[in-house]
Design a protein around this ligand. Structure first.
Ligand SMILES: Cc1cc2nc3c(=O)[nH]c(=O)nc-3n(C[C@H](O)[C@H](O)[C@H](O)COP(=O)(O)OP(=O)(O)OC[C@H]3O[C@@H](n4cnc5c(N)ncnc54)[C@H](O)[C@@H]3O)c2cc1C
Length: 484
């Protein structure tokens, strides 16, 4: 057995037991690879099984990283075309080089996936190429591309097989004209028109990319609001701001079919509650109505591993499934389908397996929408607090009143802090604004430490920074914001 190296079973070893491990992780996304590295750091002999030729899972290959590379690149184009003039910077002849943009994205993906390869070698995690199947507690059978099987014996197994795009009845994804988020990351040319089905964060991010590159984007959403699950005020503001940028929204509307034609795609739409059908012609359709847990080929039924009512691997508070020695983390279990949630669970389960007290605080997991401006959220929304009957105070501060935001010409949005009426403990923070994804980190840390809004308000914030909006919102909880 080669330590810290890729291996595929040679023919003579077909069906043989290859090695004894403390831990075999199935899946190398942010949940799986982080879990494997942490376990190896803690002295566990660890292997990670991955069916794709590159490591890093959805996040690094077709998720967080390539989408952010394109968002960043398209933001630069937008700024060069429409934003720099206001700063007294004249630029002429700005043009899109789509191939160049895709090359940038591919390079970023490759650097990240190779980075995980390096980290596996550094930490002596064995990378095993092939599809893993659980053949009972303590046994993982890996089938390589050529059909050869290798059996790994292990004390523990962590399932980290992630998620896949959710399908929609009546719509067949061909990744040409009707694409999932994966196809939307690699369109060969800018479509004149694009319909995005689903107003969640992936739809809005990818819709923003193609809109900045020149597409007329219509977002069709079944619910009567975009960004379901986020604070209602954030959804409203985001819709208003993205609308100003040219994105069109058809809310409370369902798509019942999408048929490719010679010219593009014909969609049939209906009101969410029924009503007359209408058709809509477009060039490309992005289907992004959510993601579903991925457990295909894992042999969970045969191994007796229970799923919950939504097809996710059922786990207890320690990531243990109903089968002793089999654990699960990341998108394949309950909770927000986010890379950092998967990573934190990976660390926690590795620490539990090494006899430590691994733990994830689900009340302090941020969520970020990387549009421009960004939306970032952590903790409870106003709707959730109302529903729970929790008495709370609100402190709000707009970016229009922040000196740095004015200097940046980026004054859309606000910071909203929700604090417990009686104790002043911060219960939730919601930000729409420039760099909201970075700004939220401060309040996540504050919440992790059980901070009150008073704690944030009395913390010195550098001037002039966007972060001063967080301090001012905290001051506003008590009605004493200075700059508004
Ligand atoms: C377009 C897009 C943008 C996103 N942007 C963000 C973002 O900005 N921030 C964020 O936090 N999240 C984002 N996400 C979500 C994020 O990618 C997921 O939450 C994260 O990847 C989940 O990690 P995971 O380790 O659970 O699973 P995954 O990353 O899905 O990895 C699972 C891995 O398991 C492998 N696998 C599956 N079955 C087997 C098997 N039987 N044997 C061997 N290998 C197997 C798969 O090939 C895959 O590599 C985005 C997702 C998409 C699609």
């Amino acid at each position: 057995m080669i330590s810290g190296a890729t291996f595929a079973a040679p023919p003579s070893q077909k069906g043989k037991v290859m090695a004894d491990y403390d831990l075999v992780v199935i899946g190398s996304g942010p949940g799986g690879y982080v879990c494997a590295i942490r376990a190896a750091q803690l002295g566990l002999k660890t292997a990670c099984v991955e069916k794709s030729p590159t490591l890093g899972g959805t996040c690094l290959n077709v998720g967080c990283i390539p989408s952010k590379a394109l968002l960043q690149a398209s933001e630069k184009l937008e700024e060069a075309k429409h934003g720099l003039g206001a700063f007294g910077v004249k630029v002429n002849g700005v043009e899109l080089d789509l191939r160049g943009m895709m090359t940038h994205k591919d390079k970023v993906v490759s650097a990240n996936t190779k980075g995980v390869e390096f980290l596996f070698k550094k930490n002596k995690v064995d990378r095993i190429e092939g599809t893993g199947r659980i053949a009972g507690a303590g046994t993982v059978v890996v089938k390589a591309k050529d059909g050869k099987e290798t059996t790994l014996k292990t004390k523990s197994i962590v399932i980290a097989t992630g998620s896949d795009s959710m399908p929609l009845k009546g719509i067949e994804v061909d990744e040409q004209r009707i694409v999932s988020s994966t196809g939307a990351l690699s369109l060969p040319e800018v479509p004149k028109r694009m319909v995005v089905i689903g107003g969640g964060y992936i739809g809005l991010e990818m819709g923003s990319v193609w809109q900045r590159l020149g597409s007329a984007v219509i977002v069709v959403e079944f619910l009567d609001r975009i960004l379901p699950g986020m604070d209602g005020e954030v959804s409203q503001q985001m819709q208003r701001i993205l609308g100003k940028q040219g994105m069109t929204f058809k809310l409370g509307t369902k798509v019942t079919s999408a048929k490719p034609t010679n010219k593009g795609v014909t969609l049939t739409l209906e009101g969410a509650k029924g009503g007359a059908a209408e058709t809509l012609e477009t060039d490309v359709v992005l289907l992004s109505i959510g993601r579903r847990p991925y457990t295909d080929g894992l042999g969970l039924k045969e191994a007796g591993v229970a799923l919950d009512e939504r097809g996710r691997v059922a786990t207890d508070g320690h990531f243990q499934t109903n089968v002793p020695g089999v654990y699960a983390i990341g998108d394949v279990i309950a909770g927000p389908m986010l890379a950092h949630k998967a990573e934190d669970e990976g660390v926690a389960v590795a620490e539990i397996l090494a006899g430590q007290a691994g733990h994830v605080n689900y009340d302090a997991i941020p969520g970020v929408v990387y549009t421009w401006p960004e939306a970032a959220t952590v903790g409870k929304t106003e709707e959730q607090l109302k529903h729970a009957g929790t008495a709370y105070k609100v402190g709000k501060f707009p970016f229009t009143a922040n000196g740095r935001a004015r200097a940046m010409n980026a004054t859309d949005g606000f910071v909203k802090i929700l604090a417990d009426q009686a104790t002043d403990k911060v219960l939730g923070v919601h930000i729409v604004g420039p760099d909201a994804g970075h700004l939220i980190a401060e309040v996540v840390l504050a919440m992790e430490f059980g901070a009150s809004s008073e704690d944030i308000a009395r913390t010195c914030h550098a001037h002039p920074t966007l972060a001063e909006t967080v301090k001012e919102a905290a001051l506003a909880v008590d009605g004493r914001a200075i700059h508004i």
